[in-house]
Design a protein around this ligand. Structure first.
Ligand SMILES: [Zn+2]
Length: 161
């Protein structure tokens, strides 16, 4: 019989995976040519290397205190927890022109569509927490670039009647 895997908690033992031990379908350097359209007509499109070089987009392992979020729902029976989250991702205001707030698909939903991304919490305007234990930082940048490249994050929702 194969030995049973150690009963370790991923939330305390998790260390950010590195290439090639990650599960990322692609990495940020694979997407150097990917064009990220913007919503403003006439503005030039941007690229993933542009965003990273300007520090508009970045990824760091989540702070231990951000691993789990306490959610207080007054209508429910006490606080519940959201998580675990592994990565903190920021997307500066300079990238605001890459997506629309009232689009058909929100940016956090588009990121959640990417393989390996288990959960996304849009914390503040520029800050996301991402549960993605098997992605490395580079792979998460690639996932965010794919989300920004998704035309649905710019497409208007159903027109008002
Ligand atoms: Zn990776």
């Amino acid at each position: 019989m194969p030995p049973s895997p150690a009963r370790s908690s991923r939330t305390t033992d998790w260390t950010p995976p590195r290439r090639p031990d990650c599960s990322c379908p692609e990495h940020h350097d694979d997407l150097a040519e990917l064009v990220l359209p913007v919503t403003e007509p006439g503005d030039p499109p941007t690229t993933l290397p542009d965003l990273v070089a300007a520090n508009t987009l970045g990824v760091l392992p989540a702070e231990p205190r951000d691993r789990w979020l306490e959610v207080h729902d007054e209508s429910d029976s006490g606080p519940s927890r959201l998580g675990p989250f592994h990565w903190g991702l920021w997307l500066g205001d300079e990238a605001r022109s890459c997506y629309d707030d009232d689009s058909e698909r929100s940016l956090d939903q588009a990121l959640l569509d990417r393989p390996g991304v288990d959960r996304v919490e849009w914390m503040e305007r520029e800050e996301f927490l991402v549960g993605a234990p098997t992605l490395c930082a580079s792979g998460l940048l690639a996932a965010m670039a794919r989300a920004l490249a998704d035309p649905r994050v710019r497409a208007a929702g159903r027109p008002a009647a």
